[in-house]
Design a protein around this ligand. Structure first.
Ligand code: 5GP
Length: 182
């Protein structure tokens, strides 16, 4: 698996340090507000687990599964809610946690959906932001790293359901894409 990685973009240490900083910001902002952290599955799981432990305040968690990708590396623009939240977020302070903000199509749809449940506030925290490919107005309130227009894997992010368990964020070798099509 590691052999398929051409280059490490973000090391474990860089990610850990940045999460500590983001955690501090969110702790200050949400202390006493009992926020609900909503993770967008599946890519967010690793970031989510690290992030909530960096925010040591009273809070709740929930998850949604929203898909916009097929098996390739390009957004289809087709969005489908596969798993909904179970916590009532009306009047609550909500923070959406996301692995990567790319075209923004998935998130803009998710935001509209969650806004209809009347939260007291709704903010977005993404580990990675790829502004070059944005197709919607959506912007994150908290960003781990702004990255160039590259397809990345690891730290929860997959290519055809592989590489999610790599502890860093990396770029695949072109051969890894080609082999998957054989
Ligand atoms: P958007 O709707 O913003 O285009 O897409 C967001 C979703 O697309 C992410 O949650 C992620 O699942 C997937 N995605 C976008 N860019 C990448 C990337 O560089 N690598 C991986 N593995 N997934 C990506």
């Amino acid at each position: 698996m590691q052999n398929d990685i051409e280059r490490i973009l973000l090391t474990e240490e860089e990610i850990r340090d940045r999460i500590a900083e983001l955690g501090q910001k969110l702790t200050e902002e949400y202390k006493g507000k009992n926020p609900v952290f909503i993770g967008i599955l599946k890519g967010v799981v690793v970031f989510f687990a690290d992030m909530i432990r960096a925010i040591p305040i009273e809070s709740q968690i929930d998850f949604m599964c929203v898909s916009s990708y097929g098996n390739g590396t390009e957004s289809t623009g087709i969005i489908n809610v596969k798993k909904d939240i179970s916590v009532d977020i009306a009047g609550r302070h909500v923070v959406i946690l996301e692995d990567i903000l790319d075209t923004g199509l998935t998130l803009s749809h998710t935001i509209r959906y969650l806004q209809s449940k009347k939260p007291a506030s709704l903010k977005i925290c993404t580990l990675l932001d790829k502004p070059a490919r944005r197709k919607s107005e959506v912007q994150a309130d908290y960003i781990g790293f702004t990255i160039p227009d590259l397809f990345v894997v690891g730290y929860g992010l997959d290519f055809q359901e592989r590489y999610r368990n790599l502890p860093y964020v990396g770029i695949l070798k072109p051969q890894a894409y080609l082999h998957s099509k054989e």
